[in-house]
Design a protein around this ligand. Structure first.
Ligand code: CA
Length: 620
């Protein structure tokens, strides 16, 4: 019967009523430096309609159709006098009814200059949200989503952690001494499986309902801010999830790379992951294209940032999130994979609106030449300017592990951190580089160091005294490890104990932790709380001495204040002759041992405990 009515309607020329499914960005603001806004309007046969917007100060400067009939892109200019308010996007058609869609321009909560990013005064706590804490068991399974189940026994299934879990434990995070959080992506990943990690985004404007709501995300930001904790959003400009809503009806024939091949039912071209092609002066074109245009995985289509509508979409999306969630920073995934000219435009557009903001890009390279290439102010051979404050310090990560694990020899052991740090001359701003002992994509540092808590402590002490922005993965403080299955991503991202009701152990309040775990938690807390207020570490200059007899010393100096880190890798007590450090000028100064609180005088020599980091400060 229904079908007959529909046939009759079509027969008599009544079109099925068109509708607007979505307009993105879902709202905007007045008062940006960039007065332009491009709306993506999606709806059945929308391209046959003519948009009209009447609002004081606002003008429509262009209307573009895609290659699909179901998209319109509307260019707007928001004049300087435009007031916040709501207007109708009116869509007229000769053959069907007029449609209206209300659209709001909001007032900005603060000026762009008032968004302060993370910097060397911060220590960032990296969190895999599905695995940190389940604050709301009601949202664990959401009907209508493809992976509508949880299984905590399966390392690759969803476990139920969420935004509320993070918000509830902000007091813990802040008491530990962390001043920023970086949760892995919280946007919707409506994928069949492995949706817990968040990097296969299927809607760039929607919080995954299994993590919570937009309101809860905004609440996380404001509650964190009140505790002095900055919120960093993990964003992905390189790819989306294969189940992204637009994959069923792509706006343009080149919206994603290798699109025609994919639409013909073939396997996509995969990235060759040859990241050096971004800098290599000898790189063949085919290799450079293979790097930037290949798909990251067959579940992750490669977005074509050379399509100007895609480019604008991504830039506006980032700004929408900064403004909506009052962010303090962005971590951009897989930085060398998208088109690098676009990435410079992207970061440049953000930094123009928010000059004190911070973005860190992930370049997984152990070569400081590549890491430094991406930092703002780098004197690059090709004139490339990234506009990024921070780049990720994989070279230091590897150096820490090698320095501590290798037997001391002329070219092995502590010499690795000494020579690695010596590469800092290459960075435009070493203190703005983000260093870390591990992250969500590699073995836990405690596993990498053979589950030797003494070495893990030394690694953390070194990291926290460096001229860097340190990042620490959740659970490091309670010696979380993945030694049973090295390299297993699901296990690396183990549930934080106490994050789920009924957990036998609770890392948040200490119940059930082993003595070693509690000791590490206290150790890290002491260091973090000290670092939080140490301008010497945040801003001081650095002097280090070449390692000798299994001992390495690094000094941070600001005005009259000095912080000293000494690593004694020997498994015996060591009497260190201090005369070699005369140039620092701290002879006879009284110093405080940051960990024990003990007072010591810097004179001729010092006894160092076996396999231990000593951190001393002239300022308590
Ligand atoms: Ca939950």
């Amino acid at each position: 019967m229904k079908r007959m009515i529909l046939c009759l309607l079509l027969l008599y020329g009544f079109a099925v009523k068109a509708q607007i499914d979505r307009v993105e960005p879902p709202n905007w603001w007045v008062g940006f430096k960039n007065s332009r806004l491009q709306l993506m309007v999606k709806g059945n046969d929308i391209a046959t309609m003519t948009p009209e917007i009447v609002y004081p100060g606002l003008s429509v400067t262009g209307v573009h159709k895609g290659s699909s009939q179901n998209y319109l892109f509307i260019d707007l200019n928001i004049g300087p006098e435009t007031q916040p308010g709501t207007f109708d996007i009116v869509l007229n058609s000769e053959t069907s009814e007029q449609m209206k869609y209300p659209y709001t321009l909001k007032k900005r909560l603060k000026k762009g200059e008032q968004y302060f990013g993370f910097d060397s005064s911060d220590v960032i706590y990296l969190i895999t949200p599905d695995r940190f804490a389940n604050g709301n068991p009601e949202n664990d399974v959401v009907k209508g989503l493809k992976e509508a189940r949880t299984n905590r026994a399966d390392d690759y299934a969803r476990h139920g952690g969420d935004i509320k879990g993070i918000t509830d434990h902000l007091p813990y995070i802040s008491d530990m001494g962390f001043t920023a959080i970086w949760p892995c992506p919280l946007l919707t990943n409506d994928m069949d499986k492995f949706s817990y990690h968040g990097y296969a985004i299927t809607d760039l404007y929607d919080i995954d309902p299994r993590f919570g709501t937009l309101k809860e995300y905004i609440e996380l930001s404001s509650k964190a801010s009140k505790k002095g904790v900055k919120l960093i959003m993990d964003q992905v400009a390189n790819h989306c999830g294969i189940e992204h809503w637009w994959m069923k009806d792509l706006p343009f024939e080149d919206w994603v790379n290798d699109q025609s091949n994919y639409e013909a039912g073939n396997k996509p071209m995969y990235s060759n992951h040859r990241r050096t092609t971004n800098q290599d002066i000898y790189a063949a074109k085919i290799d450079a294209i293979g790097m930037s245009d290949g798909w990251f995985a067959d579940t992750m289509p490669d977005l074509n940032q050379n399509n100007p509508f895609m480019a604008t979409y991504l830039i506006q999306n980032s700004i929408w999130w900064i403004e909506t969630a009052q962010l303090s920073g962005i971590r951009q995934d897989t930085y060398p994979y998208p088109d690098k000219i676009f990435m410079s435009d992207w970061a440049g557009a953000i930094m123009k609106e928010y000059p004190n903001f911070s973005i860190v890009g992930e370049e997984w390279s152990y070569n400081p030449l590549l890491v430094g290439y991406w930092q703002k102010g780098a004197k690059n051979h090709d004139g490339y300017e990234s506009h990024l404050r921070s780049s990720m310090d994989f070279p230091t990560q590897r150096a820490i592990v090698e320095a501590l694990k290798e037997e001391e020899k002329w070219n092995k052991g502590l010499i690795k951190i000494y020579e690695s740090l010596a590469n800092d001359f290459h960075y435009p701003s070493p203190k703005d580089v983000m260093a870390f002992p591990d992250n969500h994509d590699m073995d836990r540092i405690h596993t990498q160091l053979g589950e030797d808590a003494s070495l893990t402590k030394m690694a953390l002490a070194y990291l926290l005294v460096l001229p860097r922005i340190p990042q620490i993965y959740y659970g490091t403080e309670i010696l979380m490890q993945n030694s049973d299955k090295p390299g297993d991503h699901g296990l690396i991202r183990t549930d934080f104990p106490g994050g789920w009701a009924g957990d036998a152990v609770n890392g948040f309040n200490g119940e059930g932790l082993t003595a070693d775990q509690t000791d590490m938690q206290n150790y890290l807390k002491t260091l973090l709380q000290f670092r939080k207020n140490s301008k010497i570490i945040h801003e001081g200059k650095t002097v280090h001495f070449s390692p000798k007899e299994g001992v390495y010393a690094l000094f941070r100096i600001k005005d009259d204040g000095v912080v000293v880190l000494i690593l004694n890798k020997n498994d015996f007590e060591f009497k260190l002759d201090l005369s070699r450090f005369k140039e620092i000028g701290i002879n006879e100064r009284q110093m405080t041992n940051v960990i024990t609180g003990e007072k010591v005088v810097w004179d001729d020599s010092m006894m160092l405990e076996a396999k231990k980091a000593t951190v001393l400060s002239t300022v308590k």
